[in-house]
Design a protein around this ligand. Sequence first.
Ligand code: ATP
Length: 355
Amino acid sequence: MSIAIRNISKQFGAFKALDDVSIDVPSGELVALLGPSGCGKTTLLRIIAGLDFADSGQIVLDGDDASARHVRERHVGFVFQHYALFRHMSIADNVAFGLRVKPRRERLAEADIKRRVKRLLELVQLDWLADRYPSQLSGGQRQRIALARALAVDPKVLLLDEPFGALDAKVRKELRRWLRQLHDEIHVTSVFVTHDQEEALEVSDRVVVINKGKVEQIGTPESVYDHPATPFVANFLGSVNLFHGRVEDGHLHVGNDALALGASEGSDGKAVAFVRPHEFDLVPGWDEQGALAARIVRVVSVGPSAQIELAHGDGKLIEVSLGRDAFRLLGLSEGDRVSLRPRHIRVFPTDALAA
Ligand code: ATP
């Protein structure tokens, strides 16, 4: 089922939680709503579900205006951060719950319910836990069961609100891979809320970046990461170095240094520029043209990469990430002078920063 979110606005008192939000989710897509705490993600999810209603705008499901439809008529499945599995019911009974509470004329025969539950437990790879109780499962297993339960009633849309938020980092990582694979198998249109950029980039087909109730950018994980449309998106998606400077004659002037810009980048005037830590080339000495002159402050070389902290001119700290072997070959250490040449700079007028 496709979802069209059209010009949705929602206020709580004088506070604008959602401000003219429009998003199209084609059938079968997995979309992540990504943004900082309080930006309106959950409010939007609740409005899509029919648990809450917008002040203006429409929710169109498969071409039909569903804005006034009750949650029961929207055929959505939910998974929340705090899974509410029924403690006194076995795992199989939890998954069967939505099927057993259907009105008699819509209800499957008990044997069919059992077959369906078995299939769902196989799908989430936990069929061996059917007879256990929720308290006997790990947090990650409980979330997979919560997903099986949501899928039991054959929802047309799956809504997930920080489903892995309560789990530790390693389990989160496993589960998001698992969710991606599961989605590739079942292709149910899904909207996934997260404030974790890594999670959004890894799991989704497209990412919707939201800030203060407004959509900042919609695109594939690659496009929002590589081509952020606003300073907010550049800043929010992964670690980044921010420089204040001035664009003039095709160059970004930062302190005493000038960095060449591509023909289409930056219009003259005060500017902010973003460079990710892995987008610098590092050359020993200060003789390089078109580079930032800096001094190495600290090197942390753990795992496959070296994280290098450098001080530029007036003391501004810059973070650079290089392959560990590439860094070793340069023969550099703390206190050395180096030139930093960015391979990719994203430049915005300074006014865009305040927006
Ligand atoms: P988080 O990641 O922290 O859950 P979120 O992006 O999901 O944040 P929402 O829960 O959608 O944010 O809330 C958006 C804003 O609207 C917040 O500032 C919140 O305080 C406010 N808000 C949400 N629900 C209500 C309500 N029922 N009454 C008043 N204000 C509300």
